[in-house]
Design a protein around this ligand. Sequence first.
Ligand SMILES: NC(=O)c1ccc[n+]([C@@H]2O[C@H](COP(=O)([O-])OP(=O)(O)OC[C@H]3O[C@@H](n4cnc5c(N)ncnc54)[C@H](OP(=O)(O)O)[C@@H]3O)[C@@H](O)[C@H]2O)c1
Length: 290
Amino acid sequence: MQTILIQLDTDLQPSVFDRVVAVDSGVGHLFSYSAVTPDTVTGLVHGAIFTRGPADLKNTAIFIGGGSAADGETLLKKVQKTFFGPMRVSVMMDSNGCNTTAAAAIASARRHMTLESVPAVVLGATGPVGLRAAELLAIEKSHVTLVSRTLERAESACAAIRSRLPEAQLTAAAADQPEKYEELCRGNSVVVAAGAAGACFLKEGALQRISGLRMAIDLNAVPPVGIADISVMDKAVDKSGVLCFGAIGVGGLKMKVHRRAVASLFESNDHILDTQAVYSLALEVAGILR
Ligand SMILES: NC(=O)c1ccc[n+]([C@@H]2O[C@H](COP(=O)([O-])OP(=O)(O)OC[C@H]3O[C@@H](n4cnc5c(N)ncnc54)[C@H](OP(=O)(O)O)[C@@H]3O)[C@@H](O)[C@H]2O)c1
């Protein structure tokens, strides 16, 4: 039986990026729907679950994408609510690449160091990627500082993670100047910059000035990058004793994880590939045993 991936995109046009990756993941047929909302999704899900018998439903799967991770999360909840009994298909949510990017970033870090009890800081931690990177660091039992330009937003991000991981060791912090970002990085072993495109947090020379830092990951590919000392192509490049990764350096693993995740949807009809499930796949793809 041929595999069918149903792309439910919350944007006005279905993402070309996600469509290309779907094809490269080997899906037999790709059905793409745009501007999908919780109010319009029920019929699409019924079309997915009522067309093949329960034993064959593993050949149909849903991919939720679009520019807004919040809309993607809401849509995922509605899709899951529409399933009942064996009438379900596997689903992956990766709006704007949030889950695959965060998973690839933290799996890249795990390839080179143990993260348990390690102090780590996430700059731009309130965005879809930063929030997930902070959550994955917390899953690895790092002690994570979440940095936003406003303390209130950093605290909300911590609360969102704690609602899923009550034991997480999290601290909220605010900064809006390079000196303050640098100060907050001091004493940390890992820094992840996940700010909006063009937001530069750490100026040139900062990596050398932050004593004790062992790893720096910058996910921003749009100049100016988030950590000036890092180039987008860096992949485990040692700079003054700090192992550096740039956005494209992480991007190779991210693409592999995305393709592997889509392919894995067709292994059964009940996979839900959310942040944590995508991270487990990323560790597998990176060859890391848990
Ligand atoms: N390498 C890859 O494969 C890949 C894939 C997807 C995304 N990305 C990149 O990953 C990064 C994070 O993505 P995202 O979608 O999570 O980002 P985002 O939502 O656009 O921004 C993340 C956070 O950055 C902070 N911010 C915004 N403007 C800022 C400014 N001028 N100065 C300082 N902070 C600012 C905001 O936090 P506060 O308002 O709370 O301060 C915001 O929540 C982006 O650079 C994106 O391009 C990379």
